[in-house]
Ligand binder design. Structure first.
Ligand SMILES: [Zn+2]
Length: 391
């Protein structure tokens, strides 16, 4: 993994927030680290005798975040919140907003408390493909422990307050100087340092370890895509549009990776093992529509039925999302993503592309194993996502 830090460029940035913007953009430039709004970063700055956490605001992408994309939040308040026994995520978001020093700033990231309790100036968090690929495999915990002996390794916990509080409790007696970073199982990685370049470099170096491990242990050969295969995409577009109640845009992916994935034996088993990192579920749902023959409507009806069964199994008082799939795996053909516009279809395709490679690689590590159905449901029906629907 290439370290993009350029001392010549970086010397133009003298204040800490400028440095934070610079290395955040470097992380965002690499789609093997973060995708579409994923990941977050922060810097702690002393301002008028108060410690302030500048943390990525929601709605910003690391690749092009600017100084105003960071929300300034009182560090003391965030640390006090970490000590609470329980706090709902909606109340956490409100309390974080109340502790902001600039009312026109974006909402602080839901990981702000976690950034606050890490006692280093710069904190970097990504969903690095290589790390989640290893983590999302049946041998994940063992391999992660072996590869990252000086990291704090956290079994999967829902992002938001519970994750921050869990790490707060786990690290009360920790000598942070012995801790090189944090790996969140099935989710991603944190690195930190008092120096912007070092924190960024620790991220690149840590991901490099995972990449080298994958190169040695997960050799995959992609099949050449068979472009002579036909599928009735017009019919698919009409059916999905009717189900979603808007005109969907299809993004058709027939590259070698998509073809290899779509032509795996035991396809259903292979492609329904869940998301690469939890937040992807909001954009892709947990599993795709699988199409093997031309009876598209029947397959869509079955998908919806299964989705409603999953919903009913875990729902308490949530509002059910539209049960129509977000993308399809078409046997021996490729992947088709459904967006309300071209951009959304492209985002789904991008996420699925990273997921496909991870699933194929994890298969060489004993099989792909992501978060379970219940944890997936909790993420998909997170109160913060539900609140958006209720609005
Ligand atoms: Zn994350």
């Amino acid at each position: 993994m290439k370290n993009l830090y350029d001392d010549e460029v970086a010397k133009n940035f003298t204040d800490d927030l400028e440095k934070r913007v610079y290395t955040s953009n470097l992380l965002g430039k690499n789609d093997e680290l973060v995708l579409h709004g994923g990941g977050n970063t922060s810097v702690k700055i002393l301002q008028n005798n108060q410690e302030v956490l500048y943390v990525k605001g929601s709605g910003w992408d690391l690749v092009d975040i600017k100084a105003q994309g960071f929300a300034p939040v009182l560090l003391k308040t965030l640390k006090e919140m970490a000590d609470l026994e329980y706090l709902s995520d909606s109340k956490m978001v409100q309390a974080q907003k109340n502790a902001m020093l600039r009312s026109d700033a974006p909402n602080p990231s839901v990981e702000a408390i976690l950034h606050a309790i890490i006692p280093f100036k710069f904190v970097d968090h990504t969903h690095a493909d290589a790390i989640v690929t290893i983590s999302n495999s049946k041998t994940g915990l063992k391999n992660i422990k072996k590869l990252y002996p000086n990291f704090l390794i956290i079994p999967y916990v829902m992002p938001g307050f519970i994750l921050a509080h869990t790490i707060y409790k786990m690290t009360r007696d920790l000598d942070w100087l012995t801790c090189k970073g944090i790996i969140l199982h099935n989710h991603g990685i944190f690195t930190f340092d008092d120096d912007a370049k070092k924190s960024y470099t620790k991220m690149i170096d840590a991901v490099q370890i995972a990449q080298e491990f994958l190169e040695i242990n997960t050799k995959i050969e992609l099949k050449q895509s068979d472009l002579t295969q036909k599928f009735n995409l017009d019919s698919l577009q009409k059916i999905i549009s009717k189900e979603k109640d808007y005109e969907v845009v299809l993004k058709v992916n027939r590259c070698d990776l998509a073809y290899t994935y779509a032509s795996m034996p035991d396809l259903k088993q292979f492609v329904t093992k869940g998301v690469l990192t939890p937040e992807h579920i909001i954009k892709t749902k947990r599993v795709p529509l699988i199409l093997k023959d031309t009876n598209i409507q029947k397959a869509v009806d079955k998908f919806k039925k299964d989705y409603l069964t999953y919903f009913k199994k875990f729902a308490t008082n949530e509002i059910c999302l539209n049960p129509t799939p977000c993308y399809a795996v078409i046997k021996d053909f490729g992947i088709v993503s459904f967006g309300k516009n071209e951009q959304e279809a492209m985002i789904i395709d991008n996420i699925v592309s990273h997921t496909m490679l991870a699933v194929l690689r994890a298969d060489k590590l004993g099989g792909y194993k992501s978060i379970n159905e219940k944890d997936s449901f909790e993420m998909e029906y997170w109160e913060l996502e539900q609140a958006k629907l209720k609005r």
